[in-house]
Design a protein around this ligand. Structure first.
Ligand SMILES: Nc1ncnc2c1ncn2[C@@H]1O[C@H](COP(=O)(O)OP(=O)(O)OP(=O)(O)O)[C@@H](O)[C@H]1O
Ligand SMILES: [K+]
Ligand SMILES: [Mg+2]
Length: 677
């Protein structure tokens, strides 16, 4: 369905750059952003001092041991830096490929004295440019004249050109894409440095990446744990000395590093960056990490019927007369209202007329004043030169319009309309003046696999609400067929925002998709608003995500990625803390046995020697970070289930696993290390 052409592979360049960056990130000012690893770095430095100045530090004769501790600690910090650098590197590679599509372009700007060639960097909001076949569109904007097919592959990775035309929801164009046929006049909508590509570049480069509220909360927890252990370890030395046991600084630091949450501290930012990266690879641009996380916490999802749940190419499939009218009459007036109606529905009426070979007076429609379809009126039509008005639209809307003119409603209208609706079709009533002549049967189909996807969402505890401007019967039929939890029929754009506010008032987080200008307020109100790239600039600016493939049903996958991000972070935090608890059993007995050999009975893990026990725990603590990098980057495999079930499962797998893993790991490492120490 979606084209995942943006897939960024782990190339050797990314790996090499990540190694170099791991060293650059040793800069204490950079390290301070990650307090847990900063503590490790300070510890590393102190151990280095004991190696370089053994007398000053009172480290009698353990230089070999201390040197080893120093190296293992340094590697621990480097591993954590590497995890972050690797996650960032994939974004940088993407940013580079985007920058290539942002070269200096020349623009044909329309001025008072005619067309003038200017560099694209000089274009400002409101400027008007002309772009012809073969030329690159010099900046983001709206088509104000003409129609052209545009190759957007530079941005979307999709090679098939898309049609862009003035007016409507397909008028927005992006700078750096190429016009492959015809000519359009574009009004620029962004100032230099604020274009869509600029925003994408800074996003993927992580320049705008701020810590999300969830990350901040977790960070506070990690810092608290680090502080607690720091106090414990610092007070341990005098207590031990009082008991006649002298524990040296490198051993204390090794103990501290084993106890503080280094695993999650080292992987935390990589998990966040990788989560955003997964969304990008899915051809969705998230404006912030917060948006991706919010997607993981969504309780309610609002979906459009037409185009999201159904294919959305609602096609006229037959004309149905009412009262004593003839089928040709229905076709005739349907066509008159549709000649200038560029919506898929309007075009399909003309197609059906052609297929049925019905006659109609095209000139009558061309000379008339066209009344475009509006979601508010749910009608479209023409006002003829002789004063007669012709309309087609939602049955209830047309009924009201006819009644307002003193007309009567044919007895069989509702019955025939309901027959269409109960098959999931959309009936459009057609009226001339105060006389309703019949119905147009618009057919649409539910996309395959929708039922299964809504089933999955239900398992995740997410409520789905289908919003449609269609009548209640059609809505109910499609809702039942697709398997959504709830639906709102005859909804106007402002109803969407009302539903969002209602859900939010109950403390729920809401996601929605949209593409039109009238969706913009709701997109802004929603916690996760996914706009279609084909949509209007207003929609894209209001939303916090943009789908480059313009597939509204992708919101379902975006929510899954968000859930996966939150779960990965939760699981690795559980694993990390459980791990640290287990290391306690390896390192504490060893520490005391160094000073009091009689305490060897505490060595329940039967480790080779006290120094080998300490080094093994420290080495395990270091290598667990790179071992978990793939999991942090890929995200843990995720099956939809309820939050409670999930919590239970994660506690067992990552909590229990986190306790057991170090015992096995440290024992194995000790078998090797003991040969040297
Ligand atoms: N071109 C048109 N001319 C006249 N009436 C139309 C036209 N297109 C749609 N309608 C009527 O207006 C109603 C509302 O259309 P609208 O596009 O706002 O919502 P929808 O497509 O049914 O729902 P959604 O897109 O939110 O799932 C339709 O159900 C139909 O009855
Ligand atoms: K640790
Ligand atoms: Mg619609």
């Amino acid at each position: 369905m979606q084209s995942s052409t943006r897939k960024s592979m782990l190339t050797s360049t990314i790996l090499k750059d990540a190694v170099i960056d791991s060293f650059k990130k040793l800069n204490p000012i950079t390290m301070m952003k990650n307090p847990v690893m900063f503590v490790v770095e300070v510890g590393t430095f102190i151990v280095l001092l004991t190696v370089l100045l053994p007398d000053f530090m009172g480290a009698k004769g353990h230089v070999g041991f201390n040197l080893t501790v120093f190296f293992v600690l340094l590697i621990t910090v480097l591993f954590a830096n590497f995890a972050e650098a690797l996650a960032e590197g994939r974004g940088k590679a993407q940013a580079d490929s985007l920058k290539q599509s942002k070269q200096q372009l020349s623009a044909n700007k329309r001025t008072f004295s005619g067309i003038k060639a200017v560099p694209s960097t000089e274009l400002r909001k409101g400027d008007i440019v002309v772009v012809s076949q073969g030329e690159m569109i010099p900046g983001d904007g709206e088509v104000i004249e003409g129609l052209a097919s545009v190759d957007e592959s530079a941005i979307t990775g999709e090679s098939a050109p898309v049609i862009k035309e003035a007016g409507g929801d397909f008028s927005s164009v992006t700078g750096g894409t190429r016009v492959v046929s015809d000519r359009i006049v574009v009004q620029i909508t962004s100032d230099p440095g604020e274009s869509f590509i600029d925003r994408m570049i800074s996003l993927v480069e992580g320049a705008q990446r701020q810590k999300t509220p969830n990350e901040l909360a977790l960070n506070t927890l990690l810092i608290s744990l680090t502080l607690i252990f720091l106090i414990v370890v610092v007070t341990l030395a005098p207590i031990a000395r009082y008991a006649g046991v002298n524990i040296e600084a490198p051993v204390l630091i090794a103990l501290l590093v084993c106890l503080i949450p280094t695993t999650i501290g080292g992987l935390l930012s990589a998990i966040g960056i990788a989560g955003m990266d997964r969304v990008t690879q899915f051809n969705v641009i998230a404006m912030s990490g917060k948006a991706v996380e919010a997607a993981g916490d969504i309780n309610t999802m609002i979906l459009d019927k037409t185009g999201t749940i159904t294919f959305g190419n609602r096609m006229a499939s037959s004309f149905i007369p009412v009262g004593n009218e003839k089928i040709e009459t229905v076709g005739y007036w349907s066509a008159i209202t549709s000649v200038k109606d560029e919506t898929p529905e309007g075009r399909s009426v003309i197609d059906l007329m052609r297929a049925e070979q019905y006659e109609y007076d095209e000139k009558l429609a061309i000379d008339a004043e066209f009344i475009a379809f509006k979601a508010e009126t749910r009608m479209s039509g023409v006002d003829l030169r002789d004063g007669r008005q012709v309309r087609k639209g939602a049955v209830d809307a047309v009924k009201q319009w006819v009644k307002a003119q003193g007309g009567s409603i044919p007895a069989d209208l509702d019955e025939k309309g309901n027959a269409i609706a109960s098959k999931g079709g959309t009936p459009l009533a057609v009226a001339i003046g105060n006389r309703i002549v019949g119905l147009i049967y618009l057919k649409d189909t539910v996309k395959p696999g929708m039922r299964e996807r809504f089933e999955q969402l239900r398992k995740m505890g997410i409520k789905t609400i289908m919003c449609t401007g269609d009548n209640p019967l059609t809505a109910a039929t499609i809702a039942l067929e697709a398997g959504v939890d709830d639906f709102i029929a005859e909804s106007k754009p402002e109803d969407k925002i009302a539903v969002i506010r209602r859900e939010q008032a109950e403390g729920k987080l809401v996601a929605m998709t949209g593409d039109g200008t009238n969706d913009a307020p709701a997109l802004a109100q929603a916690d996760v608003g996914l706009a279609m790239n084909s949509g209007t600039t207003a929609a894209k600016e209001a939303a916090n995500m943009v789908d480059l493939d313009s597939d509204p049903s992708k919101i379902i996958e975006v929510v899954s990625i968000g859930k996966q991000l939150l779960m990965t972070r939760g699981a690795l935090t559980t694993f990390s803390i459980a791990n640290d608890v287990a290391k306690y059993f390896a390192i504490i007995p060893a520490m005391f046995t160094i000073a009091i050999p009689q305490m060897d009975g505490l060595n329940i893990m039967h480790l080779g020697s006290p120094s080998s026990a300490i080094l093994s725990a420290l080495i395990f603590n270091a290598i667990i970070i790179p071992l978990l990098i793939p999991l942090a980057m890929r995200g843990i495999a995720y099956k939809p289930m309820s939050a409670m079930k999930l919590l239970g499962k994660n506690m067992t797998v990552y909590g229990l696993g986190g306790i057991i893993a170090p015992f096995i790991g440290i024992k194995l490492i000790d078998l090797i290390v003991h040969l040297w120490v």
